[in-house]
Ligand binder design. Structure first.
Ligand code: MTE
Length: 317
C-alpha cells in the first residue's frame, strides 16, 4: 500500500479530492433517496409529554421497532390529506386537549369521559405490535394503552350490543382534509367510522391506545386516543376517537362506504385474499428495502383464529 504525506500531495489533487467528496455526498444523497423511498422531507415532532407504562412482556416481539421518525412522518390520516407526509405537516392543527369521549348505545352505564380520566381508569401497558397497512407496508410500534375490554366491561353492554362503533372527531377547522372545497381532496364520507364485533372488541389484543414510544400519542398517530387491533389491516384502527357506541347492527365503516368491494368489515390480515387491485401476499417493513411474506392474521393466528371458526374468510374479507 502506498502511503503519502500531506506535503507530497499537490494542491490540484486536493481540489480534485474536494470535488470527489462533493460528488460522492451528492451521489450518496441520491442513493439514499432511491433506497429509502419512505424517507420523508418532514421532520419528526419534538418529544411529547412522557407517558409511563409497564412493559407487558407477553406482547414483546423479536422484530425491531420502527423508528420514531418513520412512525411519525409516514402516516395514513386522511383527515389531514391523502399524502403520507400531510399528517406530520398539518398535525399541529389538531388540539387533543380538552377532549371528551362519549361512550353510549346499548350499555347500562353510558358516560362522557374526559380524556385524562379515561387514560387513568386502568393501568397502562406498553405492548409492541405489528401494524400491517392494507397498502402493503408494515411497522412495529411500541404502543401504550390498556385492553379495550376493561372499558367495555365497565360500561356493561346489554344483550342488544353486538358491535362496537368508533367515530373520529369531525371538525374541518382542525382537519383540513374534511373541508369541502373543489381544491381539497375528499373521498371519504366524514366522520371516519370503524367498528368491531363485540367479541373482537373484548379480545385481549385490542388496545385502547393513548401513547407510543413512552409518550402521549403524537397528533399524526391519532391523539389523544385511538384503537389498535393488530391482527387487522391498519384502517380498522380508528384515530382521534370522540365516540364509542354499542350497537346491534354491523356499523357501516368509512372505507366500506367508499369502496365496498375493496374494504370489507372484517379486514383481517390475510395473505391468501388479494385486494382487488393488488396482492396481499407480501409487505415492506418501513425502513427496510426487502419485502417479507405477510403472515396470516398478521402473525396473531394463535390468539385470534378461534374468533372466526366456521366463517368463510374469502367472503368475509
Ligand atoms: N383513522 C382515521 N380517523 N383516519 C384515517 O385516515 N387511517 C387508517 C388508520 N386509522 C386512518 C385512521 C390507516 S389506513 C392506517 S394504515 C392507520 O391508521 C395508520 O396509523 P399510523 O399512521 O399511526 O401508522
Amino acid at each position: 500500500m502506498l502511503i503519502r504525506h500531506a506535503s507530497d500531495i499537490a494542491s490540484s489533487e486536493i481540489t480534485d479530492y474536494q470535488l470527489y467528496l462533493n460528488r460522492r455526498s451528492f451521489l450518496m444523497g441520491m442513493a439514499a433517496l432511491v433506497l429509502s423511498p419512505t424517507r420523508s422531507a418532514v421532520a419528526a415532532p419534538p418529544a411529547g409529554a412522557p407517558l409511563s407504562a409497564a412493559r407487558n412482556e407477553q406482547f414483546a416481539l423479536e422484530d425491531s421497532p420502527t423508528s420514531f421518525e418513520n412512525i411519525t412522518t409516514y402516516n395514513n390520516f386522511w383527515e389531514f390529506g391523502p399524502n403520507k407526509d400531510d399528517p406530520a405537516r398539518l398535525a399541529h392543527l389538531l388540539k387533543p386537549r380538552p377532549w371528551t369521549v362519549q361512550v353510549d348505545g346499548h350499555v347500562a352505564r353510558p358516560r362522557r369521559y374526559d380524556i385524562d380520566e379515561l387514560a387513568r381508569l386502568f393501568p397502562l401497558e406498553e405492548r409492541v405490535y405489528r401494524l400491517r397497512c392494507v397498502e402493503g407496508w408494515s411497522m412495529v410500534i411500541p404502543w401504550i394503552g390498556y385492553p379495550l375490554a376493561s372499558l367495555v366491561k365497565r360500561v356493561e353492554p346489554t344483550s342488544k350490543a353486538r358491535f362496537v362503533e368508533f367515530t373520529t372527531l369531525h371538525d374541518p377547522a382542525q382537519f383540513p382534509g374534511q373541508r369541502k372545497s373543489l381544491l381539497s381532496f375528499s373521498s371519504l364520507d366524514w366522520p371516519y367510522v370503524e367498528g368491531l364485533r363485540l367479541d373482537e372488541a373484548l379480545h385481549s389484543l385490542t388496545l385502547l391506545t393513548f401513547g407510543l414510544y413512552g409518550q402521549v400519542l403524537p397528533n399524526q398517530d391519532g391523539a389523544p386516543i385511538r384503537i389498535v387491533a393488530p391482527w387487522k389491516y391498519g384502517f380498522k384502527s380508528a384515530k382521534s376517537i370522540v365516540r364509542i357506541r354499542f350497537v346491534s347492527e354491523q356499523p357501516k365503516t368509512a372505507w366500506e362506504k367508499a369502496a365496498p368491494s375493496e374494504y370489507g368489515f372484517y379486514s383481517n390480515v390475510n395473505p391468501a385474499v388479494d385486494h382487488p387491485r393488488w396482492s396481499q401476499a407480501t409487505e415492506r417493513r418501513i425502513g427496510e428495502f426487502r419485502r417479507r411474506k405477510t403472515l396470516m392474521f398478521n402473525g396473531y393466528t394463535d390468539q385470534v383464529a378461534a374468533l372466526y371458526t366456521g366463517m368463510d374468510l374469502q367472503r368475509n374479507f
